[in-house]
Write a protein that binds this ligand. Structure first.
Ligand SMILES: [Zn+2]
Ligand SMILES: [Zn+2]
Length: 418
């Protein structure tokens, strides 16, 4: 609620005439309580979640040819009833968790000092604050999401969000209620650090949800304006995280790509992109637009140069299977050796773990050795003599075992010079 009853009062308090947006804000908010203004978020969230995904959901159902080519996983399709089920579940969560959370979180908004009065923030002020909110949320969300991929977090909470291996816009907030509560914290952290105006806060909540819907849309459009945002992940980036599923140790960040790059958790994604680019070939990409997987399925489906294509398809599957089985073996090996979790799938080169193993090896020393009589030698001379003795007998054919009585040269089938 504004502390002025007329525009004149507001202008004399500000010592200038109100701008057009300020006049609009005055007319709208002058008699409304701050709590009521804050609760507008519920309406915005409801409208955004219900309306923004609709165009691509319609395209998904109609299989519109010009949109189809940009589908990231063209082979995976949801039926209309499945889409409606997803929407209903999300709306249930919205009414029972997101809405009530907004209603009760007002004291925290008061505490951090979100203002509703005049003057309104400038465009630049809003832009900088929104950038801070996105960066803070992205960083915090990265670690929370990474934690949710530990065995306990995934099984108990995060598994629900990964039910969609090829997500759609409606599935953006599809998650366990606990995840929605936990991920509310990163969203509040930015505004708590740099509190701004209620309009900035509304814009933040709205933009963050639109961004989440876009990254879960299942379509990657090359002409999307978000492509011009530096380090922006987008739909293809997060879709890979869902595509790999529960095993995923890749692409944890919600908005930008730099956290995954810095902490080495985008190796699977980068490997896959490189591999797909190799399979599709540069010529194909030059003349055909669309997502990687679309290009591959088109390439295989159209039967162009059938034999060659089949071979490429098989090579891709073999390579993928081989990579997965190798990663699984590596995973088991390191799990036993190091007693720590090792990255699954193709992200099997954690520099941190390699460094820790090397450090262990450097530190590990032989403190004592036991001879064949069971007597321990702990001094350096004793250990050295035991080692020497061991290697001396290891390669000695004249030890306790009897030497070969005769050489069966004929059995060796040595090639002759004749
Ligand atoms: Zn995840
Ligand atoms: Zn997701």
């Amino acid at each position: 609620m504004l502390p002025y009853s007329t525009i004149g009062e507001a202008e004399s308090a500000l010592n200038r005439t109100l701008t057009f947006p300020e006049t609009l804000w005055f007319n709208y908010s002058a008699n409304k309580s701050d709590y009521f203004l804050y609760c507008h978020n519920i309406l915005f969230l409801f409208v955004i979640f219900s309306l923004i995904p609709i165009p691509l959901v319609v395209a998904e159902v109609l299989r519109a040819a010009n949109v189809e080519r940009y589908k990231i996983q063209p082979k995976v399709r949801l039926s209309f009833s499945e889409i409606i089920t997803c929407y209903k579940t999300v709306m249930k969560m919205f009414f029972f968790v997101v809405g009530p959370l907004q209603l009760v979180s007002y004291p925290s908004v008061q505490l951090i000092g979100i203002r509703t009065g005049l003057p309104l923030p400038s465009g630049w002020e809003m832009l900088i604050q929104l950038a801070v909110y996105f960066i803070v949320e992205d960083y915090t969300n990265y670690w929370v999401h990474r934690f949710l991929h530990c065995k306990w977090g995934y099984e108990k909470i995060h598994k629900v969000h990964h039910e969609y291996t090829a997500p759609i816009g409606f599935a953006a907030p599809y998650a366990h209620w606990a995840e929605i509560l936990i991920l509310g914290i990163p969203s509040f952290l930015g505004p708590a650090m740099v509190p701004g105006h209620m309009i900035t806060f509304w814009s933040w909540i709205a933009l963050r949800q639109i961004e989440a819907i876009e990254t879960h849309s299942g379509y990657d459009f090359p002409w999307s304006p978000t492509k011009y945002i530096p380090f922006y992940g987008g739909a293809e980036y997060h879709d890979y995280h869902h595509y790999v599923g529960g095993q995923s140790q890749s692409n944890f960040a919600s908005v930008f790509t730099y956290c995954d790059y810095i902490y080495g958790t985008d190796k699977g994604f980068r490997y896959q992109k490189k591999l797909l680019a190799k399979i599709i070939g540069f010529d194909w990409k030059k003349f055909h637009s669309g997502s990687f997987m679309y290009s591959i399925s088109r390439k295989l489906d159209e039967g162009l140069n059938t034999f060659k294509m089949q071979k490429i398809g098989q090579t891709f599957l073999c390579l993928r299977d081989e990579k997965i089985s190798r990663a699984q073996t590596t995973f088991l090996f390191w799990k036993q050796r190091c007693k720590v979790r090792w990255d699954a799938f193709v992200e099997s080169h954690s520099s941190l773990l390699i460094r820790s193993v090397q450090a262990h090896r450097r530190r590990d020393k032989i403190m004592s050795l036991k001879d064949e009589n069971g007597v321990w030698a702990s001094d350096q001379a004793g250990i050295s003599s035991l080692l020497e003795k061991h290697f001396a007998t290891l390669y000695n054919c004249h030890g306790s075992s009897a030497p070969p009585t005769s050489c069966q040269w004929d059995d060796l089938e040595i090639p002759t010079l004749s």
